[in-house]
Every structure is written in structure tokens, then in C-alpha cells.
Design a binder for this molecule. Structure first.
Ligand SMILES: Cc1cc2nc3c(=O)[nH]c(=O)nc-3n(C[C@H](O)[C@H](O)[C@H](O)COP(=O)(O)OP(=O)(O)OC[C@H]3O[C@@H](n4cnc5c(N)ncnc54)[C@H](O)[C@@H]3O)c2cc1C
Length: 388
């Protein structure tokens, strides 16, 4: 597709140098996002014609895996920008003017975006939770949004959020998605939750009190019983961004524990931990799981990009079913790898540090959609239908 790979590699290298220079840990550090924007990588998925780097899903996977190995929280925050923009680029039925304005805001002003979907009472939107956030239409066609979103990742960094809400008074129930400028009056950003993992991702509470949203910033609106008019792209981009991020966390743990095992010589110093057969079996297991997941993630990303290039709607639908598989094997590999890495590292691994943090960060992947039980039930249905 003529992707400007060198520009992407350069921006990634500059981003990683910026992240490396920070002592990133469990604390949220806004300079991580600054480094990504300063390198231009925040334009990764914006089309080249609009001033972006023109990256595709396969580039997103590579970038997020590499970044996840350095810092899971930064990768998760950036994953949100990647999937939100990817959904705009590949979706059908997104207003073209809105799309262009978002691209301009990213390229000209360094805009950072995410979806604000989850709500306290509703639980996971991936299970079809109806938003409690209300969207009230004004006489001039503008909207007023009121409600509270939880777990909005990178909240302090964001300039905009795609906020889901239900249309006030609509019968039958209608839901929609609005692009909200987070500098608008009525927006309050809460601190990140005191979570087990991904603590540096500043995933927190976004409160909206009668926030005015221009009519043109309505992304989509649908009856609850109708499918999303944007098609399968938003789900595919989200699932793949999550898969790549957590796979990167697992790959980072593999490198860290391998280096540690080579250096560590307990006892009389004659033997490194890396030379122990039991450690090698564990490391081999970590590597096998991660590499298998990497193959699946890249296969799905390549097939998605090929289907987009060929305008192949059936190919997109088929590939979107495999996104759940990619996310499932990637997050499972990350959870297994970070667990095995801690078993290899014993007491030293149990101390606060990169391995211990990766163990906690990887667990968050089990909570992000596509959800494992939903995915497995879907696989089972397909097997049963094919066998009936
Ligand atoms: C680090 C992190 C970052 C996040 N970032 C964002 C973000 O940027 N934007 C955003 O919108 N959201 C974000 N989320 C929210 C996330 O995507 C989930 O939607 C949220 O955690 C709530 O989902 P849940 O399933 O855990 O909770 P609940 O829906 O309350 O479920 C609790 C438990 O019950 C199970 N359960 C619930 N309903 C059913 C059912 N019908 N059948 C079977 N089991 C069920 C769940 O699987 C879970 O185990 C983030 C979450 C994390 C951890």
C-alpha cells in the first residue's frame, strides 16, 4: 500500500528514545505522551494525504508491541489513539468532514483521542451495556452531554474523547457516539484509578455536565436494536491494538528475564541462572507462546489491511472474527510469559521493578475487550454450526 515505513521507523525510534529518557514506572508521566507527539508518531494511522504517517494495522501492531515491551502504560495510552484513528480511517459511514477535522487536529495541534465508553453501573460496553450518559438535542441542533465515564485511559493527555451516550427521550432507545472537545466547559477529569496494573496509564473518571457538542460532532447514531453503521472496523482496530500492546508487555518480560538470567550467578558464581535446564524450559515455553501469538497477530493485521486495500467486505468480516482470537492468544501469552518470568526470577523478581510490573500490567489485558468468555462462546457457536 506504499506505506512510508522509514518515516514510521524514524518516529518510533524517536519516541522510544524519549520514553527511555524518562524513568517510567507505576506513576503516570505526561512526558511520555509528549515524547510520542514530539516524534510525530501520534500521526501513525492518519493517512499520508492528510499529513499523517499513513500507517496501517500491521504498522500499528509492530509499533504497539515494541512500545509495550518498553512501557505497558504508555503503549496502552497510545493504543487508544491508534484504534480511535484506525476506526475513523477504515469505517464506513463516518461523516467525512468530521474525519478530516480530527485528522487536522492531530496533525496541526497534536490532538490525542480515546473512546470513553465504560460506565460504573453499566459494566463492559463489550457486553452491550446501554450508556447512562444522556445526549439532549438543543433547538439549534447542538447536543448537551451529561454523564460519567470510568476507566478513560490517558485522560490527562487527551484533547478529545469519543463519548457514547443514549439519546434523551428517544423511543425506541437510541444510542450514539459524539466527538467531545475535552477543553469544553462542563468537562471534569478525575485521577487515574488505584488499579493493580497499568497504573501509569492514568485510566480515570471523565465527568460531563451539560457539555455542549456541535451538531457536526455526532459520529453516529443508531437504534439500540440496529447494528453499528460504522461496520466492523472499530471493533477490529480496538481488539488488535489491545492484542499488540499486551503482547509487547509479554515480550518485554521475555527480554528482561533473559538478560537477568544471563547476569545472575547465585552461590559460588560458577553457574548463571540461564544455564539451568529447568530455567531454559521455562524460557522456551515463554518464547513459544509469545512467538505463536505474534504470528497470529500479524496474520490478522495483514489480512485486515489486504481486505481494506481490496475493498473486500467479506474479507473484513471474516478477519474481524479472528481479531478476538488474536486478542485472546496475545493476552494469554502475555499473562503466561509474565508469570513464568517471575518464577524464573524468584526472590529478585518479586521485588518492585520491571518484571513485577509487567506481571501486573499483563493482567489488565484479561479485562479489556474482546472478552475471553464472549470470544470462546463465539468460537463454540461456529464449531457447533459447522458440525450440525
Ligand atoms: C487498564 C484499563 C484501561 C481501560 N481503558 C478504557 C478506556 O480507555 N475506555 C473505556 O471505555 N473503557 C476502558 N476500560 C474498561 C474496560 O474495557 C471494561 O469495560 C471495564 O473494566 C468493565 O468491564 P468488566 O467486564 O470488568 O466489568 P463488569 O461488566 O462489571 O463485569 C464484572 C465481572 O463480571 C463478568 N460479567 C459481567 N457481565 C457478564 C455477563 N453478562 N456474562 C458473563 N460474565 C459477565 C465480567 O466478565 C467480569 O468478570 C479499561 C479497563 C482497564 C482495566
Amino acid at each position: 500500500m506504499g506505506r512510508p515505513v522509514t518515516a514510521i521507523e524514524d518516529a518510533l525510534a524517536a519516541s522510544l528514545a524519549g520514553l527511555d529518557a524518562l524513568d517510567l514506572g507505576d506513576e503516570f508521566d505526561p512526558r511520555a505522551a509528549d515524547a510520542i507527539v514530539a516524534s510525530g508518531l501520534h500521526r501513525l494511522i492518519v493517512p499520508a494525504a492528510a499529513g499523517g504517517l499513513g500507517g496501517r494495522m500491521v504498522d500499528a501492531a509492530e509499533v504497539l508491541m515494541t512500545m509495550g515491551a518498553i512501557d505497558g502504560s504508555s503503549a496502552l495510552g497510545f493504543a487508544m489513539q491508534v484504534h480511535a484513528v484506525g476506526a475513523l480511517v477504515d469505517s464506513v459511514a463516518v461523516p467525512a468532514l468530521l474525519r478530516d477535522r480530527v485528522f487536522r487536529a492531530i496533525v496541526d495541534d497534536g490532538a490525542l483521542l480515546n473512546n470513553a465508553a465504560t460506565e460504573e453501573g453499566g459494566g463492559s460496553p463489550a457486553r452491550g451495556a446501554i450508556p447512562g450518559t444522556q445526549a439532549l438535542v438543543e433547538p439549534d441542533g447542538a447536543w448537551r452531554l451529561t454523564g460519567e465515564k470510568t476507566w478513560t485511559t490517558w485522560l490527562p493527555n487527551l484533547t478529545h474523547a469519543f463519548v457514547s451516550a443514549r439519546v434523551d427521550g428517544a423511543d425506541p432507545v437510541e444510542v450514539g457516539l459524539w466527538l467531545v472537545d475535552l477543553a469544553s466547559p462542563g468537562v471534569v477529569r478525575g485521577p487515574g484509578f488505584a488499579a493493580m496494573g497499568m497504573r501509569g496509564s492514568a485510566s480515570g473518571r471523565l465527568t460531563l455536565d451539560r457539555v455542549r457538542v456541535p451538531a457536526d460532532d455526532l459520529v453516529m447514531r443508531r437504534r439500540l436494536d440496529e447494528p453499528d453503521p460504522r461496520g466492523v472496523a472499530p471493533g477490529a482496530w480496538f481488539g488488535m491494538a489491545i492484542a499488540a500492546t499486551y503482547l509487547g508487555v509479554g515480550e518485554g518480560a521475555r527480554s528482561d528475564v533473559a538478560r537477568w538470567a544471563l547476569d545472575r550467578r547465585p552461590g559460588d558464581g560458577a553457574t548463571s541462572v540461564a544455564e539451568l535446564p529447568s530455567v531454559q524450559v521455562r524460557l522456551g515455553r515463554i518464547d513459544a507462546d509469545l512467538r505463536a501469538a505474534r504470528i497470529v497477530v500479524f496474520d490478522v493485521a495483514r489480512r485486515w489491511d489486504a481486505a481494506i486495500a481490496a475493498k473486500d467486505a467479506d474479507g473484513l468480516r471474516t478477519t474481524s472474527h479472528d481479531v478476538a482470537l488474536a486478542k485472546l492468544v496475545a493476552t494469554q501469552a502475555a499473562v503466561t510469559a509474565t508469570d513464568q518470568a517471575l518464577r524464573i526470577a524468584g526472590g529478585p523478581g518479586f521485588l518492585s521493578g520491571r518484571l513485577e510490573r509487567a506481571f501486573r500490567d499483563a493482567r489488565a489485558g484479561l479485562i479489556n475487550p474482546p472478552l475471553e468468555d464472549v470470544a470462546l462462546a463465539g468460537f463454540a457457536r461456529a464449531v457447533l454450526e459447522a458440525s450440525a
